[in-house]
Design a protein around this ligand. Sequence first.
Ligand SMILES: Cc1cc2nc3c(=O)[nH]c(=O)nc-3n(C[C@H](O)[C@H](O)[C@H](O)COP(=O)(O)OP(=O)(O)OC[C@H]3O[C@@H](n4cnc5c(N)ncnc54)[C@H](O)[C@@H]3O)c2cc1C
Length: 535
Amino acid sequence: MEIKSDYLIIGSGIAGLSFALKAALRGRVTIVTKKETMDASTNYAQGGIASVLDPHDSFDLHIKDTLESGAGLCNEQVVRMVVTNGPDMIKELISLGVNFSHNTTQTERLDLTQEGGHSRRRIVHTKDLTGQEVERALIYNAEKNKNIKIYENHMVIDLITTSKFIKRGLSTNETKETCWGAYVLDIITGEVNTFLSRVIVLATGGAGKVYLYTSNPDIATGDGVAIGYRAGAKVANMEFVQFHPTCLYHPMENNFLISESVRGEGGRLINKKGDHFMERYHPLKDLALRDVVARSIDTELKKSGDECVYLDISHRSSDFIKNRFPNIYMKCLELNIDITKEPIPVVPAAHYMCGGIMTDMQGRTNITNLYAIGEVACTGLHGANRLASNSLIEALVFSRFAFEDSAKTITGKDDYQFPPVPLWDTGSATDSDESVVVSHNWDEVRRMMWNYVGIVRTNKRLIRATRRIEVIQQEIKDYYWNFIIARDLLELRNLATVAELIITSATIRKESRGLHYNLDYLERDDNNWHHDTII
Ligand SMILES: Cc1cc2nc3c(=O)[nH]c(=O)nc-3n(C[C@H](O)[C@H](O)[C@H](O)COP(=O)(O)OP(=O)(O)OC[C@H]3O[C@@H](n4cnc5c(N)ncnc54)[C@H](O)[C@@H]3O)c2cc1C
């Protein structure tokens, strides 16, 4: 089957949906999403969205905080663009029906909370369920829009580009690679269909699942980075993986995040003995940047041999805790932890990918017609370390600028001619009788990345990881070409590619900066490494 549209959007999180709502004013929009529409990291965001809305705050302060967090690698122009467009984006969300929390004393004002690295209270939120509320409103608007068609359980395998799939279509004056659409697996029927489009948007989110412990949902397997990379898109800064310091540590719960705003509202980290250990690591104590807190916990755990540390907010009133953090309160209570009375066991976990498909200020990649927005992209906003709550706002601002740029190519002509594209060829692939290969390699990649390419790296560990990933990649390649594809195999293939990109980037950067911390090069080296790592 061949499905044609003006805009093909891959992913239904904040980036994909907010782009779709704009694009629908201009043409026919197709969204493909690999599970149900709401299965996205966006749905799990708790803390909120950073934006300058308080009279005591300023754009300059938000820019300064973002640049400081980015450890010298932010693109200042991009930071300014995102920060100054922030308030408009919040207004736009409100106009789409998003209900943000309001201040309890001045009820006409939005409630602004604080998170690590922010010098002012500037995080707009809906209690501790911000992402869920934003995703709800975006899906509601997208579903009732007649120009938007959403294909759930549809997973993109690869992009269709001129040089890879349409070689004969390459005319002599066409020097740049062009994207025409994607091959998409219908997960329910097993068919692979061809989706053609004039504009293609990667909005596939992050890659937390590449690590054993992560706050990310199952969809976060780095597909967009791997798909883009295979198509020839430039990938940047993959060594900068953010580990969230406080994921719930409990045998019954895999990846539940304890929001940074718990520390913003006075929560204190303690070890098993009850010591407030952050006092020993950083002058900002519990409100130090995420990477500092995550590394401090890692050191504390390695020193003590304990399995977790604890986050204690029980000194705040019970009413305040239940009202401000209803989601965290209830989730912990289900596990017999009453956070109004006792500390929460926590460990660090992979949380956010600062690197990704490299784009310019309009979200354009180096491939014609192909855009990347949201967590899959490396726009220059985050540099070597993302400031908390800066990612939802980045997705919103870039969806606006990417749309405005891409709209120039949609001239309203309905009879657009796509080049002839071959149908997906399954060749001689057969059904696999050994799924254990896939599950074993899934586990091995994630464990290897956690142990060798995690919060603290060394040259030796990176060499070991390089050797391991080469073997795993070969095994996956053999398997991929011989057996009929399914979602877990496609995800594993992408996960391994992303792992390889992280290892390679971490090996290239011979210094410690932001989120990349290598015990063999402890210092930041601005003379040699003050630039992005581009692959
Ligand atoms: C627990 C948690 C808490 C967070 N808290 C905050 C916060 O408070 N503030 C903040 O700013 N950020 C926060 N973040 C980060 C933020 O939520 C994400 O960066 C952001 O939501 C990413 O949005 P996105 O649209 O780029 O991707 P996502 O929301 O992850 O959406 C990606 C979409 O792509 C689809 N997809 C992926 N691969 C394919 C494929 N091959 N084919 C088809 N579809 C595909 C997925 O199914 C999904 O629909 C948090 C993240 C997590 C996990």
